[in-house]
Design a protein around this ligand. Sequence first.
Ligand SMILES: Nc1ncnc2c1ncn2[C@@H]1O[C@H](COP(=O)(O)OP(=O)(O)O)[C@@H](O)[C@H]1O
Ligand SMILES: [Mg+2]
Length: 254
Amino acid sequence: MDAYQTSIYTAILIASIIIGAIIVYFVMSMIRQQRRNQELYKSKISAEVNTLEKERARMASDLHDEMGPILSSVKLKMNCLDITSAEDQAQLEKINEHIDTIILRMREISNDLMPTTFLRKGLVAAIEESIANNDFKSDLQIRFTHSDIPELGREKAIHLYRIIQELIHNTVKHARATTLSLELSVKNNKIVLTSADNGIGFNYSNRVNESKGFGLRSLLSRTEIMNGEMYVDNRRGKGMEYVFEIPLETFKKS
Ligand SMILES: Nc1ncnc2c1ncn2[C@@H]1O[C@H](COP(=O)(O)OP(=O)(O)O)[C@@H](O)[C@H]1O
Ligand SMILES: [Mg+2]
């Protein structure tokens, strides 16, 4: 190889190294940008969902703590009226019934917004209560088992509660299932939630991209807020299985 060839090869080598370095630099910055976008997206979703939960908690306590007593005192005052005619008495009884219905509905709405059992006794008790109060109007049998679950920070545990509610509602509404098994356990420093129904199943990735898939999307965004992982398995006509793994660390910070 003469000197001329050597210098050509050297030039080609140097040019390739420079081009290679530029490509690597661009790929790296694209990956970094993508990660940054993902982080931004995650914190935006997290802020939105947390605001939503705070609003729900505020509305629940306003309804429960302020409206409830006002209605009870209206009822009390009405019953102190001096009523003589049977007609007025009948009217009063009807009004009483209406007020009772309003108080009951208000309690239900307030409990839906933020379950008092969740606030007072924590996640497991709230799940048990919502299954026991089963007003899902279906024949679905729900089996909930759990191992020893440590006390979880309320602000993050609410996401697990909402995920379970959505899984139950979806199974009732769409799965045509007769059983739903929910299990909450602790493995390798993670809270593991598994859910399996024996219904018709569905293609998760197709469905989540449809505009109406808000509930399905919320399963994933709430999992991401808790820094967890979600695995979905459509068991070919035998129903759906979900596994959620959330680091215990997540619950210590809240
Ligand atoms: N457990 C399930 N079994 C069968 N289909 C389901 C199940 N969960 C969800 N789906 C399907 O996924 C769709 C989107 O669910 P979701 O985002 O929760 O919206 P919504 O419950 O408001 O319809 C449902 O309309 C249904 O077709
Ligand atoms: Mg839904």
